[in-house]
Write a protein that binds this ligand. Sequence first.
Ligand SMILES: Cc1cc2nc3c(=O)[nH]c(=O)nc-3n(C[C@H](O)[C@H](O)[C@H](O)COP(=O)(O)OP(=O)(O)OC[C@H]3O[C@@H](n4cnc5c(N)ncnc54)[C@H](O)[C@@H]3O)c2cc1C
Length: 507
Amino acid sequence: MKNNHYEVLIVGAGISGAALAYELARYTDVKSIAILEKYEKVAPLNTQGKANSQTIHFGDIETNYTVSKASITKQTAKMVEKYCLQHKLENDVIFSHQKMALGVGDREVEFLLERYEEFKELFPNLQVWDKEHLKTLEPKLIFDENGKEREDTVVGIGSTGEWTTVDYGKMTENLIENAKKEPDTEVELFLNTQVTDIKKLDDGGYEIKTNKETYTADSVVVNAGAHSLFLAHRMGYGLDYATLPMAGSFYMTNQTMLNGKVYMVQNPKLPFAALHGDPDILENGLTRFGPTALVLPKLERFKPGTYLDFWKTLNFDANIVTIFWDLLKDSDIRNYIFRNFLFEVPYFNKKLFVKDAKKIVPSLSVDDIHYAKGFGGVRPQVLDKKERKLMLGEASINTGEGIMFNMTPSPGATSCLGNAKRDVINLCAFLGKTFDKEKFEEELVEHNLPQSVIDEKLQAKYVSEIRAEIHEHEEKYFQNINEGHELPSYWEKPYSPWRNKRDHWSM
Ligand SMILES: Cc1cc2nc3c(=O)[nH]c(=O)nc-3n(C[C@H](O)[C@H](O)[C@H](O)COP(=O)(O)OP(=O)(O)OC[C@H]3O[C@@H](n4cnc5c(N)ncnc54)[C@H](O)[C@@H]3O)c2cc1C
């Protein structure tokens, strides 16, 4: 572009930057877009297929999502699905597996059955699978190493035949390719170009300095993952926020163990998603268990440096101490953090990890898995210093002055097209451009929910049979010896207003 000037300049060619470039090129009259990427290829960090769990998070099997949150997540997740189908990316970028949330033990089973009642309208294809069904669908969930059936009560709440899995790295490449194909917009990608400084110009627009050339733009969107807040701080924005990089690692099985995705019930006290097992689309369907959660004092995994950037973005002060103190005060969270630390320590790691993963696959042994070297990434969790809280969702700083900064921990890949839509609307308002909402809705928004193929009567029968089994067990072994009045437990009332107040925990 002449004089290195663009209407919109995007920092970062992960899935967030790519989705924004695509939407601007296809659904607006923005004429020129630059994407600046620090490394030699697109999606080199958290977006690449080995870095994340490759899941499209709809909210049906993620038991820490409330119905209201799932209804929003589902909309953005559907955009990813619609994009991939529209561009015929089936079995190349997007894949279908069966999926389920697995409840083990009476308490979790009852919790999932209640959750099913609440979620079945939003997810009409959800099914209840009892032990007998699971024996055929996912036999490894039921039988131990001696071929004996596990004794605990179990239930799977899930679905088959849906799009569940995406190679987000490949999708990023595809989004940029398609953005470049749009006839009325010039889209340029600059690799090996690290943004070092962004300055607001007195007469409007921005000057963007890189390790190579200097660019100017009418507006800027920083989709630099863990570095978004780093760049915001350099400009004096977002000083009430800090980044806590939570590394996630994985363990790979030596042979395929699961036919589909199996998520566990999330203890609501714990800040990160419970361990799950997924067929890895880049490893011929071998089962990948994880992710773990470990604070890492650097902003990028498997890349040299960025330790100093971490300290700068953390901006250590008394508020940070308070946030950490509040987290560590709770014994569940303390144990969780310690355990996750041990998952990275050789010798202990595999044994401990297997102990946890056996809840999914009872026959699992240390000889069945290995630490997945080179897999995993960093979730840039945001600390809100004013509120003194660890935020688990994504965060976006829109300055209202034509520059935005996006922080995208999980499920940032799923919500890439939804987040991009938000930024497109803001950019169009700022630049005086037009967003073709009709075309966007027609192509990327799911309007008609598919008809349920589930026999509701049969499902109700399974629910009552599983409950009867639990009650029989309870009557036999448990007496209520509580005296006085107790607060209702989370498990009894999972969707109480009390829980909704904890939504800042709930990614
Ligand atoms: C262990 C783990 C599991 C996950 N599982 C899932 C999942 O199953 N489903 C899901 O939806 N999400 C998942 N996520 C989250 C998801 O991977 C991220 O939210 C998503 O990839 C973020 O994309 P991004 O483009 O915003 O950031 P990134 O992919 O981090 O990309 C940022 C880009 O900016 C570039 N950059 C940084 N600084 C500069 C600079 N100064 N100049 C130029 N370029 C710069 C980087 O090189 C990088 O390419 C997971 C994350 C982790 C770590």
